[in-house]
Design a protein. Structure first.
Length: 290
C-alpha cells in the first residue's frame, strides 16, 4: 500500500477502494462531518482536480483520521484542508500534506484542525478564528425572505457581498479570484422589496444534511430582522429534503449566534478556521472554495 510512514502511523492516499471504510468512519458523526460527506458523495475519493483524500491507519488497519485536501491554489498548496478523527494522527496527516505542498486554509473541529496545523509545520497564521458549529433539524415559524439561486446577473453583487463578509468576519480583504460560473455556484440571494439584501452560500448538500455559510446582510438593511428572515428562508426548503442543516460561526459573534438560535440552530461543537499569513505566501490569495 502506497503511503508515507511516520512513526507507527501510515498516512495513505485514499481512493475508491476505501469508500466503504471512509463512509462508515464519517457517518459515526454525521453532524460534524456534513461537509466531508458532501464532498465524498459528490466527487468520490479518487484524486481529481477537485482535491484528494488521505487517511491515517494504525498498523491494525483501523482508520484513525482522514483529511480532504481541496484543489491546489496558485502556490501549489491545498486551497482548503478539512480533517476528522483522532487529533494525534491528524498531526501525521498534516505532515503528509506538507510533503505535497501544504495547505492555505484549515477548517474543521478545533482539536483536529489544531493538530493538522501542527503537522503542517505550525506556520504563521493571519487568521485563527474560534468557531461554533451549529445544527438545525427544524426551522422555527416566522418571517422569511424570498430566496433564490444566484443568476449570472447577480455576479458583481455576489462577489461584493462575499468579499465584504470575509473582511467583516475574518479580516481578509483580498478579492476572491474565481471563474464566474464557480463564483455563483451555491450562492443564494435574498430579496427585500425587490432589492438584493441577503447572501448565503450552500457549501454542500448530501445524504447527511446541508451546510450553509457566508451569511451576510447589506449594512444598509441591518437591524430589521432580515438576517433572521433570510436564514429561515434559506433553511426551510433544505430541511424538507435533508435531515439537518449546519453552519459555523465565530464564537464571539453573539449577535449572529442569537440570530441562528432564533431560527432553530443549536451549538454542537467547537470548530476552528486558520489561514496562512500573506507574508508567508508572498502573493495574495483567494478564499476557499466553500
Amino acid at each position: 500500500r502506497l503511503g508515507i510512514i511516520i512513526g507507527v502511523m501510515d498516512a495513505t492516499p485514499l481512493d475508491e477502494s476505501h469508500a466503504s471504510i471512509v463512509r462508515d468512519f464519517l457517518f459515526t458523526d454525521p453532524v460534524a462531518n456534513v461537509f466531508l460527506i458532501g464532498i465524498m458523495e459528490r466527487w468520490g475519493l479518487a484524486p481529481t482536480p477537485s482535491g484528494s483524500w488521505w487517511g491515517c491507519f494504525a498498523s491494525s488497519g483501523v482508520l484513525h483520521s482522514l483529511v480532504y485536501a481541496g484543489p491546489s491554489d496558485q502556490f501549489g498548496r491545498a486551497s482548503i484542508a478539512v480533517a476528522s478523527g483522532d487529533p494525534r494522527s491528524c498531526v501525521v496527516l498534516g505532515e503528509a500534506l506538507l510533503e505535497h505542498g501544504g495547505a492555505s486554509w484549515v477548517i474543521g473541529e478545533q482539536a483536529s484542525s489544531d493538530a493538522l496545523w501542527l503537522g503542517l509545520g505550525n506556520p504563521p497564521a493571519r487568521v485563527q478564528s474560534d468557531q461554533t458549529l451549529m445544527c438545525a433539524t427544524r426551522a422555527t415559524p416566522g418571517r422569511t425572505l424570498e430566496i433564490r439561486d444566484a443568476q449570472p446577473s447577480d455576479l458583481v453583487w455576489v462577489l461584493s457581498a462575499s468579499s465584504a463578509m470575509l473582511k467583516e468576519d475574518l479580516g481578509i480583504s483580498e478579492p476572491q479570484i474565481l471563474p464566474p460560473h464557480v463564483a455563483i455556484t451555491g450562492e443564494c440571494v435574498g430579496l427585500h422589496e425587490g432589492e438584493r439584501v441577503f447572501r448565503a452560500k450552500l457549501a454542500t448538500s448530501c445524504s447527511a444534511g446541508a451546510q450553509i455559510g457566508g451569511i451576510w446582510v447589506d449594512p444598509r438593511h441591518r437591524h430589521l430582522g432580515l438576517g433572521r428572515a433570510g436564514t429561515r428562508g434559506t433553511i426551510q426548503p433544505l430541511l424538507e429534503t435533508h435531515p439537518r442543516v449546519t453552519l459555523h460561526v465565530r464564537t464571539d459573534n453573539r449577535t449572529a449566534i442569537r440570530c441562528y438560535e432564533s431560527v432553530g440552530f443549536a451549538p454542537v461543537r467547537a470548530f476552528r478556521v486558520m489561514v496562512r499569513k500573506v507574508a508567508a505566501m508572498g502573493r495574495r490569495q483567494a478564499g476557499p472554495p466553500i
